[in-house]
Design a protein around this ligand. Structure first.
Ligand code: ADP
Ligand code: ZN
Length: 705
């Protein structure tokens, strides 16, 4: 095992690196500047944490948010790594302690905000400590081209002038080519090697639901939550108002949720965020302000109540789910109303052209009838030569219908109303509504009035969306969002060509059956054995998290818990094989988790297990005393296990535990005493020179011969 793989196992409990991690680490260890582009959840942290552990001195990590910093420091400490931070929210003695750890070189990592960095560079601690490397997390924040520009980050350009020879590693999950070059230039990285990982996140399922009304969206969300019991999820809304209303409506149906938006006070925001991080509140309704600081690895789903304004934003937001690599689900609601609103925002914005383009790409994604993941990846410049099998299009391919008559009906109504109506009014005319606006404008007298009454309002909405997308009609955003005909549309209207549309299959959302309040509670009582075990482990994790005052996932990720449920480790050795179980965590939590697992699966396996556990240690090459220490049992018990294993034929090479001389001595003494197998007289006959345990082992070896 290489040194860095050893560190990965010891401190993080993982057996192998993910793609690019090892190459990045090697490049940093070689003293080079490095640029890392990896999707959220790709495993960026380990890229600089392992070099920090392997190199002498302290790695300085710049991170934009205090909450992120706290999270990282907690997680590292849980794994027995000395990490600290300097910041204004810590009290003076904590800061003093952190300084000490850096000055005497004990700290392997120092996390610091960009604001603080400059002061420390100019006349602070950095002059007196040994800095192994600089890691710039969320590096895109330095660039005005990026979507998250933070003025404080521009100060980072000074690092190189103070530290010419110290390697810098810049890491980000989102950076197009311009932003990337900008980061390299501003940080003055010297011949950096760039490592770009695939942006594919195969564990995220992708689903888009078009054209639901408000009530239907809520029902659909309730269904969704019911299908994801006890799981953490985020619902993103476009406006503050939306988050509040939605939270209230869900609460009325018995689903409690937190709320997060920029309009709350700092303390409310922090409280709600912490409740979510600590699994106290499972669901949170939030604006996009919520997220950057969220390292929570067990977010199992993300719903977009409204469509995001670009694919970058969308991808980053859904990327907050499933960071631990376990399966996670995403759902995007897409309505014409959102599209209109977002178009208006884009038009009022400074970079109108770019923003409308971005929105347009997002719209294409939402309306696509080819594999959605292929669209996403191609947007990020990656090629994918197969369908993903984990998006709604792949799972439920659209059925084509001849939509010529539908297009003709719509267009004819548009023409006859002199292209002065918007979507909703048009649908009402097509469906023959007699609402006042229609009567007063005389639209009930046109020839196409009521010709579309065979379809529901929502079905018409969905078909009109397609017609817009395919270019049969267009929407005049600068003329009250009224609908206009196009050349292509007129050809269909004249019967010169036909139109192929995807058949609209509306979500059938079942009405809430369980009644109020009981949703979550009821779901808990129908758990399978494995689900129950998962719950028990989760509770145990929660207990430790509370005790240590860290978020639950800093103890173990959901992925680790899932593997525990699958593998059901009942020995320390087996437990150490669970991904995410570092040495310190094994020591701290192993016993209690094992006990819980044993209880759950009954005593059946437990008896043979203790021998097996000792045998596992033998295979690992541990000596008798090491086994005793590792297993927290008496050495004499270890020998009795070894003896048992010898007799069973499981242990044939015992040279590590007993010498040939010892075996011979016991053999002679036993013979002298008339082939006794009693330990006490043998012990005395050997003048007390050979311990009981070894005698016992010798007897078993002799017996087997
Ligand atoms: P990022 O910063 O890129 O969003 P993180 O560094 O937070 O991602 O890593 C995401 C998750 O993946 C964490 O739970 C982390 O422990 C886990 N992880 C990272 N590297 C590995 C690895 N080599 N094997 C297994 N899990 C890993
Ligand atoms: Zn797909």
């Amino acid at each position: 095992m290489s040194e860095i793989t050893g560190l990965l196992k010891k401190y993080f409990g993982y057996n192998s690196f993910r793609s690019n991690q090892e190459a990045v680490i090697q490049n940093i260890l070689d003293g080079n500047d490095t640029f890392v582009l990896m999707p959220t959840g790709g495993g960026k942290s380990i890229c600089y944490q392992i070099p920090a552990l392997a190199m002498e001195g302290t790695a300085v990590v710049v991170s934009p948010l205090l909450s992120l910093i706290k999270d990282q420091v907690d997680t590292l400490r849980e794994n027995g790594i000395v990490a600290c931070t300097l910041n204004s929210t810590q009290n003076e003695s904590e800061n003093r302690r952190a300084r000490e750890l850096c000055l005497n070189g004990t700290a392997k990592l120092l996390y610091i905000s960009p604001e603080r960095l400059l002061g420390e560079l100019e006349n602070g601690i950095f002059k007196h400590m040994r800095v192994s490397l600089f890691a710039i997390d969320e590096a895109h924040c330095i660039s005005q081209w990026g979507h998250d520009f933070r003025p404080e980050y521009t100060k980072l350009s000074q690092i190189k002038s103070y530290f010419r020879k110290t390697p810098i590693v810049a890491l980000t999950a989102t950076a197009d080519k311009i932003t990337r070059d900008d980061i390299v230039r501003q940080l003055s990285l010297q011949n950096p090697r760039t490592f770009v990982s695939s942006f594919d996140r195969p564990n995220l399922s992708l689903k888009v639901v078009k054209g639901l009304g408000k009530k239907q969206k809520i029902n659909s969300i309730l269904d969704f939550i019911e299908r994801h019991p006890r799981q953490s999820g985020i619902i993103y809304c476009l406006s503050r108002q939306n988050t509040e209303t939605l939270a209230k409506e869900l609460a009325e149906e018995g689903v409690s949720t937190g709320v997060y938006h920029a309009g709350l006070s700092n303390s409310e925001r922090e409280q709600n965020q912490n409740d979510f991080l600590n699994d106290k509140e499972r669901v949170i309704c939030a604006t996009v302000a919520f997220g950057m600081g969220i390292d929570k690895s067990n977010v199992r789903w993300v719903i977009h109540y409204n469509m995001p304004k670009s694919i970058e934003c969308y991808y980053q937001e859904i990327g907050r789910a499933g960071r631990d690599g376990s399966k996670a689900d995403t759902l995007l609601f897409y309505t014409l109303g959102d599209l209109v609103m977002l178009s208006n925002f884009a038009k009022e914005s400074a970079q109108q052209g770019t923003n409308l383009d971005k929105l347009n790409r997002m719209q294409q994604y939402a309306e696509s009838d080819i594999c959605r993941r292929r669209i996403l990846l191609s947007y990020f410049g990656e090629e994918m030569d197969h369908d993903c099998g984990n998006c709604d299009v792949c799972l439920n391919p659209p059925e084509r219908i001849d939509g010529t008559i539908l297009v003709q009906k719509a267009l004819s109504a548009i023409v006859r109303t002199e292209q002065r109506v918007g979507v909703n009014l048009l649908i009402d005319i097509l469906r023959g509504s007699r609402r006042i606006e229609i009567i007063s404008a005389g639209y009930h007298q046109i020839k196409t009035f009521g010709v579309g009454s065979d379809l529901s309002f929502r079905e018409w909405q969905a078909y009109l969306l397609q017609m817009l997308q395919l270019g049969y009609i267009e929407m005049a955003y600068n003329d009250g969002n009224t609908l206009k005909t196009t050349n292509m549309g007129r050809k269909v209207l004249m019967g010169e060509t036909t139109a192929l549309l995807a058949k609209v299959k509306l979500e059938t959302t079942t009405a809430p059956v369980a009644g109020k309040r009981s949703r979550i509670a009821e779901a808990e009582s129908h758990l399978s054995e494995d689900e129950q075990l998962f719950e028990q482990l989760r509770k145990l994790r929660y207990k430790f998290a509370t005790l240590e005052d860290v978020p639950a996932y800093a103890i173990f990720t959901d992925k680790s818990l899932t593997q525990m449920v699958e593998d059901k480790p009942v020995s320390m050795v087996e437990f150490s094989n669970i991904a995410g179980v570092s040495e310190v965590k094994l020591e701290k939590y192993g016993q209690e988790f094992i006990t819980t697992i044993r209880k759950a699966i009954g005593k059946k396996r437990a008896k043979g297990d203790t021998y097996k556990e000792t045998l596992d240690c033998v295979h690992k090459g541990l000596g008798a005393l090491q086994i005793a220490e590792f297993r927290k049992i008496q050495p004499v018990t270890v020998y009795s296990h070894l003896a048992y294993l010898v007799e069973k034929g499981d242990l044939t090479d015992w040279s590590r535990y007993i010498s040939n001389d010892e075996i011979q001595a016991v053999a002679r003494a036993a013979e002298k005493l008339g082939h006794t197998t009693e330990l006490k007289p043998l012990h005395e006959a050997l003048d007390g020179n050979i311990g009981f345990g070894i005698i016992r082992l010798a007897l078993s070896i002799l017996k087997n011969k």
